[in-house]
Each structure stands twice: as structure tokens, then as C-alpha cells.
Design a protein around this ligand. Structure first.
Ligand code: 5GP
Ligand code: ZN
Length: 145
């Protein structure tokens, strides 16, 4: 992916501030941190979106995410960590190379997520949506094996 920013970072065509790397993954500082210490974890290989990534690689990536989070807790004395991951522009994704945001949180960081808690019209609505998701998961499993 010649025009992918994160592939160019992997190839060292663009600079980044590295936090951790191994054969499969790279963790580096986000250039525009939501909170100071904000890290991105990416696979070296180009994949997008999340559900295109082989599960074994995903398992590795979430392990790296966990290690970075622990590093923020102990190394930065963070009070907590948010993990964020966006798929699609409508979800806020800007760079289409799968990545996890690992964001350290501090009691005085001044940040808050502007989530609005919604509600279902009735229990049937939630049950119907759950059934559609469940059936799609089962269908995908059956057609991919
Ligand atoms: P997204 O909105 O796609 O989930 O997040 C993309 C993230 O990549 C943003 O937080 C943005 O600040 C970060 N980013 C974009 N370009 C660069 C870059 O060239 N270098 C680094 N280190 N981070 C970048
Ligand atoms: Zn890429």
C-alpha cells in the first residue's frame, strides 16, 4: 500500500516515535494525542478493517495493546487507559490501516468522551438486533470453514 501513511511509517519512509516493535506489530506515539502519551498499535502488514485481520494476528495485536497499556500505567503513572478502535469514516476512522488507540488517562487530564447513552424503544427491539448480529456471525462461520 504505497499511499498508506501507516505502511510508510512501517517502511520508515515517514518518521514516528517508536514505543515497541516486533516482527508483527509496531507501537508508536500518535502525532495528535487525545491525552499526552497516546499510542497507536498497528500490524506491520496492511489490513483494514478490523474484521479483515486474521484472528491469530489480532490475538497478537491485543497482546501488544495490553503491554502498552500496562507500560502507560507503570511508566507514566496513568490512572487508567482507554482502548479505541474505529472502522469506517462514519465511525471516525481517518487512516484506513487497522490500528488501536491506547490512551492513558489521568484524574486531571481534562478529557471526557461525549457519549450519549441511548435506549431501546422496547426489549423486542434489542432482541431483534441481537438475533440479526448472531445470525450473521453464525453464517460467516459456516461459509468461511
Ligand atoms: P483514526 O481516526 O483513523 O482512528 O486515527 C488515526 C490517528 O492517526 C489519529 O489519532 C491521528 O492523530 C494519527 N495520525 C495520523 N497521521 C499520523 C502520522 O503521520 N503520524 C502519527 N504518529 N500519527 C498519525
Ligand atoms: Zn497500510
Amino acid at each position: 500500500m504505497d499511499d498508506c501513511i501507516f505502511c510508510r511509517i512501517v517502511k520508515e519512509e515517514l518518521p514516528c516515535t517508536r514505543v515497541y516493535e516486533d516482527d508483527l506489530a509496531l507501537a508508536f506515539m500518535d502525532i495528535a494525542p487525545v491525552v499526552r502519551g497516546h499510542v497507536l498499535v498497528i500490524p506491520r502488514e496492511h489490513y483494514d478493517p478490523l474484521y479483515a485481520v486474521p484472528e491469530r494476528l489480532l490475538q497478537h495485536l491485543i497482546g501488544v495493546v495490553s503491554r502498552v497499556a500496562r507500560g502507560q500505567m507503570t511508566g507514566l503513572q496513568a490512572n487508567g487507559v482507554n482502548i479505541m478502535q474505529a472502522n469506517g469514516a462514519v465511525a471516525g476512522q481517518v487512516v484506513p490501516h487497522v490500528h488501536f488507540h491506547v490512551i492513558p488517562r489521568f484524574h486531571d487530564d481534562g478529557h471526557s468522551w461525549n457519549w450519549r447513552a441511548g435506549k431501546y424503544d422496547n426489549p423486542d427491539e434489542a432482541h431483534g438486533l441481537a438475533r440479526k448480529i448472531h445470525e450473521a456471525i453464525v453464517f460467516t462461520q459456516n461459509t468461511s470453514s
